[in-house]
Design a protein around this ligand. Structure first.
Ligand code: SF4
Length: 522
């Protein structure tokens, strides 16, 4: 008898599915509530069929899907509130919703479950990006409508070809969503510029900010100005240092810690509070739970939570007070990344890279650059992810490593040299900045008058949660082939669906860095 069923992330139990309790710490009760919420959204999409939805309903759909992403919300009470709100909206739309029941979500033949889950998990990832754009005032009707279309499709029967068609269509709409978020970020905070970020922490009060939400960081920077409280990024917040409208604050000092899965160790003795703006939240240890503050869709029972007011503003005074009370360290502290480096470089988003496109193109033509690798994606707790560190260390000196998302914490403190004045490792930003990488690849393909698949470029991706799923589907929808994917393949991809992906897109599971590099470079 199963307590729950969830197989949406890379660390799922036994590589098959969490059935007793979540490896991530999600309890069966919360998992069931998330299934109930998913069905409520499907029923809501049915009720909205042919009708104009309100901004409140649209916002609810984004927020609710985002809340079911791995390591975002563990609070059953908060999930129940979203279910209640969805049911209320079904009533407001006339009450004739669908009849999805949670037990049906992961039932059926193996391939149907696989295809349905792929679409559902991709949509959960896209909801996170749409939400970040939404809080910055950007919304797009095509994207919003696709959430309803995709949700409705989840409760219907489709042939394999129809499912694949839906999944490819979804990949294209997710590209649009990442473009929307890119526009939201760059129009609000400016285009990222290359910047060196220290891993050291100065003495005195400070706050660590983690997650992906730059608007939360901006509000916190404003509210801490002149208060003697420094701000340090963590995890996916690192690229914030590159944005002009964020880097202009002198008290945005550096980056603390490594990737998300090390938080229980790195936060245990921290004399400072931590603000979680999105995933990845791990169940906190009692040693630091009172120092955690969550906001937005992030939730965990018993933790401090900061809500926004009706005008979208947040009052961060409780966390600022906590920082002042804790006082920080008494002396400046020296920290390093996992390879011993104490300086991280970020800010190589599309504007910067395309700004030196001529230089890059010349370097390829003269043979100074022989190959590009995009080594990006999520980090995770399971062993085997050293692959990515070793892979980068082994790349030849005439190759460039583009990177993005938190998987880079495996190697972003390494100094592997430069080519023509540019660092060999170029951090393009957060996971959603896959959009930047796509734009750069398309520009290079244009310059060389070839397709992206013909470029000397290989994608070596690491996945963990559902945002990686939506990005992968976008890459496939663009026809990008020969992607190396690891550290393990998704449990929700059935053997037959995997065969289809291998046949059509030549997706390859990672093997060893030596073997993969040999296969790529010959
Ligand atoms: Fe398991 Fe991942 Fe689901 Fe958590 S999110 S319950 S670890 S599959």
């Amino acid at each position: 008898m199963e307590n729950m069923f969830c197989f949406q992330c890379e660390q799922t139990a036994g590589g098959k599915g969490c059935t007793v309790s979540g490896v991530c710490g999600k309890k069966p009760e919360t998992a069931k509530k998330q299934d109930e919420l998913t069905c409520a959204l499907i029923n809501l999409a049915e009720a909205a069929d042919g009708k104009k939805t309100s901004e409140v309903t649209d916002e609810l759909v984004l927020k609710s899907l985002f809340a079911t992403v791995t390591n975002v919300n563990f609070d059953s009470g908060r999930i129940q509130e979203l279910i209640d709100e969805a049911n209320k909206q079904i009533g407001a739309l006339g009450g004739a919703g669908g009849n999805c029941v949670p037990e049906s979500l992961f039932k059926g033949d193996t391939d149907t479950i696989s295809l349905r889950s792929t679409l559902l998990f991709g949509m959960r990832g896209m909801a996170a990006y749409a939400w970040h754009a939404f809080v910055l005032g950007k919304k797009d009707d095509d994207i919003t409508k696709w959430f309803y279309k995709g949700l409705k499709a989840l409760s219907k029967e489709h042939s394999t070809e129809e499912w694949l068609g839906l999944i490819m269509e979804f990949g294209q709409i997710n590209l649009k969503c990442m473009a929307l978020l890119d526009d939201a970020n760059t129009s609000t905070f400016g285009h990222p510029v290359p910047v060196k970020v220290t891993t050291d922490v100065e003495k005195g009060p400070f706050i660590v900010v983690t997650g992906h939400d730059f608007l939360d960081l901006k509000q916190l920077l404003e509210q801490t100005e002149g208060k003697g409280v420094n701000i340090y990024t963590h995890g996916e917040m690192l690229p914030a240092h590159a944005y002009p409208e964020l880097k202009k604050y002198p008290h945005l000092k550096g980056n603390y810690g490594t990737a998300w899965q090390n938080q229980q160790k790195e936060f245990a003795e921290l004399p400072a509070p931590i603000l979680y703006t999105t995933n990845c939240l791990m169940p906190p240890k009692s040693s630091y739970a009172d120092r955690i503050f969550t906001t937005s869709v992030v939730g965990f029972e018993g933790l401090n939570h900061i809500e926004e007011n009706p005008h979208g503003a947040k009052d961060f005074s409780p966390i600022i007070k906590k920082a002042i009370d804790l006082g920080g360290w008494e002396k400046d502290m020296h920290f390093t990344g996992i390879n011993g480096g104490s300086e991280l470089v970020t800010g190589f988003a599309r504007n910067t890279v395309l700004g030196v496109a001529d230089k890059v193109i010349d370097a390829v033509k003269t043979g100074a650059i022989s190959h590009f690798f995009l080594v990006g994606g999520c980090d995770g707790a399971k062993p085997g992810r050293n692959y990515y560190t070793d892979f980068v260390k082994m790349t030849p000196k005439d190759t460039v490593v583009l990177t993005l998302a938190c998987g880079k914490f495996r190697f972003n403190d390494l100094d592997i040299g430069q080519i023509g004045g540019l660092p060999r490792i170029m951090d393009m930003g957060q996971c959603n900045d896959a959009y930047s990488a796509i734009q750069v690849a398309i520009a290079l393909a244009d310059a060389f008058k070839c397709s992206v698949n013909e470029l000397p470029l290989t994608l070596v991706l690491s996945w963990y949660e559902q945002k990686a799923v939506c990005i992968l589907l976008t890459l496939l929808s663009l026809g990008i082939k020969n992607i190396y994917l690891g550290p393990t393949l998704p449990a929700f991809v059935s053997p037959k669906v995997l065969d289809l992906l291998v046949d059509k897109f030549a997706i390859k599971p990672v093997s060893t860095p030596e073997e993969d590099l040999k296969a790529i470079l010959g």
